[in-house]
Design a protein around this ligand. Sequence first.
Ligand SMILES: Nc1ncnc2c1ncn2[C@@H]1O[C@H](COP(=O)(O)OP(=O)(O)OP(=O)(O)O)[C@@H](O)[C@H]1O
Length: 820
Amino acid sequence: MSTLSTPSSKPARRTPFTPSKRPLSSSSSSSSSSDLVNRLNRTGSSSSGTSNILGSTHKRYKAPVSSESRPRTYTKPLSTIPGSPRPKTPYERSKTPTFEDSPTSKMDVSNVDPEAVLVDSETVEADVSAEMDEAWLRTMSADHGKRDKVMVSIRRVFFFWHLYSAWIASSSASSIHLDPVHAKSGAPNPAENKFDFDSVLTGSPNKPIYSTVAQSHVYAAMEGYNSVIFAYGQTASGKTYTLSGDESEPGIIPRAMKDVFRFIKRNEEREYLLRCSYLEIYNESIHDLLAPVGSPAVMIQGGGSEVILNPLREEVVTSLKGVKDVLKRGESHRRTACTDWNERSSRSHSVFRLVIESRERGEALDESFHGRVTPAPSGRQTPGVSGRQTPGHGAGGKPGPKLQARGGRSVQTSVLSLIDLAGSEKATSDKERTREGKYINTSLLTLGTVIGTLSENVAKGKSDHVPFRNSKLTRMLQPSLSGNARISVVCTINPDISAIAESTSTLLFARRIKGVKLNAQKKEIVDTDALIERYRKEIEDLKARLAEKEAAVGDRRQSSSVSVKRRLSVKEKTDESKAMKDLNTRIQQLTKLILTSQTVDESSADSRPGSPVKIDFDMSPYQLQQELLAARLQLESQATQILSLEAALEARPPIPPENERDKMIADQAKVIKELEIVVRGYESNLGEPLRAVREDVEREWMGKVGDEVRKREEKERWADELVKQLEKEKHMRIKVEDQARALTAFVTKLDALGLGGLSLGSINKENESLGSPGKGEKYVSLLDQVPEEEWSMTGDFSFEMEKVPAMKREPFGGKENVAL
Ligand SMILES: Nc1ncnc2c1ncn2[C@@H]1O[C@H](COP(=O)(O)OP(=O)(O)OP(=O)(O)O)[C@@H](O)[C@H]1O
């Protein structure tokens, strides 16, 4: 924990929005408070009531808060040497209420009018103006926001009792390697023993660390980029010393805060709204270090690039002193304890955030637009750790106002996050410390896995799942690690031989995080109302100029005067028509821009249905009135809709808090598992028997169906046979009929020749001489024995017919003894 130095004296300060410079008291505390009260009083006209409330309580806000005011059970250890065993001291957060523990403070963001607490080059404390390295700033500003990789630096501590360092650091080569003597002592692979980074630093002074590791990121945050700086390393390796430092060697956080105000001091064009929050992740739950003891844990809502921390107290700061107070308060609430390695070991990951909102200064413009500017909506949006817009909260989750884009001036929003991670450690001799250590190690392991997956995805062009949700730390850092922030990591290394394995692990983590790709973007909110007004004015001017030109052309044509009517040269004509064309094009462009910015404005307003407005500048006043009426009606119907939606929202069952949701998800997973077991049981217990029954039924019926098919096929064959027989019979009948006709003709011929008297007996005799048929038998055609109508029904009788010699057959018609 650091104790920040307080400047001893302060020169005069200016108040915002007033040209007059009013000297203030030299006491930093009173100067701060009186300055604030004065400013609040001055802006009272625009923020009715706010100034009075703040004015009446400002003394409480200004009361200094020291860590001593919080009784702690922590006792100072005997030794301060890291690495040597220490007596164990338990700790706990103070239960004694102080004014900071009240549910709300004067500078809580929900209590202040943002316009009254802006900081600019005139109001910023003068003591921060020193030590501005302009050359450095110019070099660095060229780089702001352009880095697409994490900046990784190594800090190797070296204490006098470390007679010897196992790690040889080269600051000039920005590399560090293990002394070959120890190459086998803990390093996994000799080739892995040399590491190159953006910078490698040694020594105790914190100033070079700050300027190398953090300064460019702080400036990037001031210029609108989200920035994250964190320290990673084994326990007692110097992370807190690097981030917070001590009175003689302030660390990154106090130096960064000083630079924030320096930046404001030298930047005369912008004004700033600064808000701080301070939280810690202890045993996988998030605690607001600025909230009263016993406040509910902070929840992480949303996911992906939309991480929201709620409820999280945000305090507006207007001076370095204000930031120091906030830091002191937060640090007094941090969980630290004596471990075997560190007399004051951080038992949690701590995150200090500064939300920076800024816009161009411009009071004159503000006044001209004052009547039109929309008042701050109640659902103020402030960025989460990542800089994404999340619902901003003051004490108790109360929303506060935000800095408004005004007079055409856009508002830039960014977040500077300074993170002191708890150190990885082996099991300690204390049970409670070991339990904490497990949480710490698990979340650091998850951070390592997340970083490893991210850099592997980049290196191999993959998109493997990144387990951000496996720990609170990685979930909170997800938007930043996913790319929308500039990140600088300081990895602290213990030079001791006994820590070679841990130091190697830290260096491997540092090497992996180098591979994470970043693409930080500035976030800017544009005042579309003002832009539209500007465009409208420009259109009017252009239209007037165009009308002038057209009138001039008309005059020339109509004029009888020779000098006026003189013929224009080709060039003059071309220039004139080009000028008119340009004017028309610009008018069209501006009209389009108006439509675009209105559409953008509407679509950016959350949950507001888009209703693009078309502006026709040639409309008559009557038409405009009609439009206005229609718009009013639409507004009314939208208001009704909003009311009914609000009612529906209230009627909706409340969204359970995160731990309950996790429980519900776990319960549902349990139910799904049970159902899966039931389904499997159904398959093995019921599914199998049912399948057997079906197979039996199928077997039985398949036989029957086969018989039936066979029978049908037989019948079809039989029917075919019958058809064939019938065809044959028909054919035979035609043949027999032909023969009958021939015989009749023959008999008729014989009759005509007078040979009809031949007796049958003579024929028979003749037949006998031929040897067939037998004695006494007559030649009778079988056809004569079959009734004519049955011919078609008889079988094949061609055989009998063929036996009948052509000349001896009986005539048809049943005639016996026919005389031949
Ligand atoms: N570069 C340094 N120069 C001088 N003293 C240092 C340096 N680094 C660390 N120390 C001292 O070493 C001790 C342990 O350092 P520190 O608490 O910063 O370690 P840490 O990594 O934050 O440990 P933990 O993870 O347990 O919180 C402190 O007393 C600190 O003052």
